[in-house]
Design a protein around this ligand. Structure first.
Ligand code: F6R
Length: 603
């Protein structure tokens, strides 16, 4: 979702902006733009709809500049168009603004303050830049004008503001939307994600909500909304730039699917000691032990990972768990238990739906843990505890290795909590051994790509819809596999509790409808097979994916058997590959599906 890059003091701002925006492409966008200026040049504003390559092609040769801001826009207010793309410019031509977030009272502010200004776009951002220009015309300094806008607006923002008449300065402000300051040698910069600037610096400064920053090439001045100066040390982001490289792969998604066994091994080396004991922070375990119920609150794939995690905590640690959509929970909070603890699984650590829940439960003084792939993210910083997923940067919009890391990290934490509580189930489980078996199973599955690709040819190449069915943990995998399929192949796919089909949904089954049955649970395997049979009798094209211990001779795909609690980690791999090849065979951009964003920073 919208990406921001800005720089002041660079020798070639255009280059910094373009390379940074390309690194942020993974977030999802539909238009892009840059503004570049220097003491000797003329200010240039270039915006294009579509990919960054369209923008790049429109940039005049030799445009360098020392000051610049750039943006990739994921439309919220107004269609994707050049007029709605950022940067937005004030009518007097002096101020240029890029923005990530949503200003919910923009229309009201325009009516209250800008009656005499003709707005040229449908965006809330333009309202903000026109307001800044107006307040400066009325006598405010640029900083005070920006502060005034921060006081007036409601909603979320990461702002980067350039003043045509002052090429030595950038103004920055943040509330709820992510933004980092990057300290360079002879320049300073900003970005929505450190990844955008890792080829130039590893030195970053985090910003808190409602902070304003004045940035020059060699100074970083941070203030809060009240004007009090904030001193903040920088931190080092030690992800190597190379971790985000595509290498010989055609798409990041395939690379990330292939990386999953390595992710599990990395998690084992990060969290398990030489004696095979899971090492988690003692105070975290103590707090978890004090909870009478764990509330997992998440979105999308991370919600599905939370569903897979829940039985681990129930069975290994004997603690009840409930799993909720973040977008629902904050506004329709159920009656909480007496001693709840909140766990947020989140790949990006920036999901706005989750953050509003975190903010709410913090005001209730309830303990929180974020498990994320981005240790420096907002949700990691703001929760009481944070654990890292160690999955390396995930670039494809469709999450794969982060799901694996979330489920595996949950297993490690559940085991550690069970040991802390001294449960028999936890003592019996050799988690290192079991996760090693999972890594091997995943390797076996990713090595069967060609066979899985052939299944796509038989089942998914032209269909408009498809069903994944399963029971228990298989149902949770069905939800995730169906989400993967719909987000990148645009097949209308549903994950369904197999037993529920006959209560209505079976009406949708017709000749050739693909039904993919997931079978890994000995208790319900026969029932799921029977449910698949019921669809077959009505013309469905059924694919059985079963674990080796439950497989039958005609099953189309057999998955190596692993520990029952960890089955989602093996079973999901064919689902990811089926989605990948369905998208590829239909000629879509696998990594950048339409309408989607990687980091969902608006509610
Ligand atoms: C789908 C996907 C999304 C995210 C969801 C939450 O492949 O990645 O469904 O899981 O938007 O994002 P995070 O995990 O960053 O909180």
């Amino acid at each position: 979702m919208c990406g921001i890059v800005g720089v002041v003091g660079a020798e070639n701002a255009t280059e910094v902006l373009l390379s940074g925006l390309k690194k942020l492409e993974y977030r999802g966008y539909d238009s892009a733009g840059i503004y570049v200026n220097s003491k000797t040049g003329t200010p240039e504003l270039i915006k294009r709809v579509g990919r960054i390559k369209n923008l790049e092609a429109a940039i005049p040769a030799g445009l360098a500049g020392t000051q610049g801001i750039g943006h990739t826009r994921w439309a919220t207010n107004g269609v994707p168009s050049v007029a709605n793309a950022h940067p937005h410019i004030s009518n007097d031509g002096r101020f240029y603004l890029v923005h990530n977030g949503v200003l919910t009272n923009a229309k009201q502010l325009a009516a209250d303050y800008l009656a005499d200004v003709t707005l040229l776009s449908d965006t809330d951002t333009e309202v903000a830049v026109q307001l800044i220009a107006k307040f400066v015309r009325d006598g405010a300094s640029v900083k005070e004008a920006l502060r005034h806008v921060m006081q007036l607006v409601e909603g979320s923002y990461a702002f980067a503001l350039a003043d045509r008449d002052d090429v030595d300065t950038l103004y920055v402000a943040k509330n709820k939307s992510p933004l980092l300051i990057a300290k360079g040698d002879g320049f300073n910069a900003i970005a929505s994600d450190a990844l955008a600037l890792l080829d130039r610096t590893h030195d970053f400064i985090e910003l808190h909500d409602e902070e304003l920053v004045v940035l020059t090439k060699d100074s970083i001045h941070i203030e809060n909304l009240a004007g009090a100066v904030q001193e903040r040390a920088s931190y080092t982001v030690d992800v190597s730039e190379g971790d985000g490289d595509l290498g010989a792969y055609p798409f990041y998604m395939l690379k990330e699917i292939d990386e999953q066994p390595a992710v599990i091994r990395r998690l084992l080396s990060s969290y398990v000691d030489d004696q095979g004991q899971v090492q988690m922070p003692a105070d975290l375990l103590k707090t978890l032990d004090g909870a009478d119920r764990l509330y997992f609150v998440a979105a999308g794939t991370s919600y599905h990972a939370s569903l897979a995690a829940a039985p681990m905590f129930e069975q290994l640690a004997g603690v009840p768990v409930s799993v909720h959509f973040a977008s629902e929970f904050g506004y329709h909070m159920p009656l909480l238990s007496k001693k709840p603890m909140f766990i947020f699984l989140t790949q990006s650590g920036e999901t706005a739906d989750i953050r509003q829940v975190l903010v709410k439960v913090k005001t209730m003084h309830l303990p929180t843990l974020t498990i994320t792939n981005v240790p420096t993210s907002t949700l990691a910083r703001e929760a009481d505890y944070a654990l890292s997923l160690h999955a390396g940067p995930e670039i494809a919009v469709a999450s794969t290795k982060a799901y694996t890391a979330q489920v595996a990290t949950s297993a490690l934490l559940a085991k550690a909590l069970g040991m802390f509580k001294g449960t028999a189930a936890a003592k019996k489980l050799d988690i290192k051994h079991e996760l090693s078996i999972v890594a091997t199973a995943q390797q076996t599955l990713v090595d069967q790509k060609d066979m899985i690709h052939e299944l796509v040819g038989k089942m998914l190449k032209t269909t408009r819809n498809a069903f994944y069915i399963g029971r228990g943990g298989d149902y949770y995998v069905a939800l995730e596999a169906a989400l993967k399929l719909k987000e990148i192949s645009y097949i209308q796919a549903e994950g369904f509790a197999a037993g529920e089909l006959k209560h209505g949904t079976i009406a949708l089954i017709e000749e050739g409808t693909p039904v993919i049955a997931l079978i890994s649970d000995p208790v319900t395997a026969a029932h799921t097979r029977a449910n698949a049979g019921e669809t077959q009798a009505r013309g469905a094209n059924v694919l059985h994916i079963a674990t080796a211990d439950l497989a039958q001779p005609d099953d189309e795909l057999v998955v190596p058997s692993v520990n029952g609690l960890l089955t989602p980690l093996a079973l999901i791999v064919p689902g990811q590959l089926l989605a990948y090849y369905a998208s590829l065979d239909r000629g879509y951009d696998v990594d950048r599906p339409r309408n989607l964003a990687k980091s969902v920073t608006v509610e």
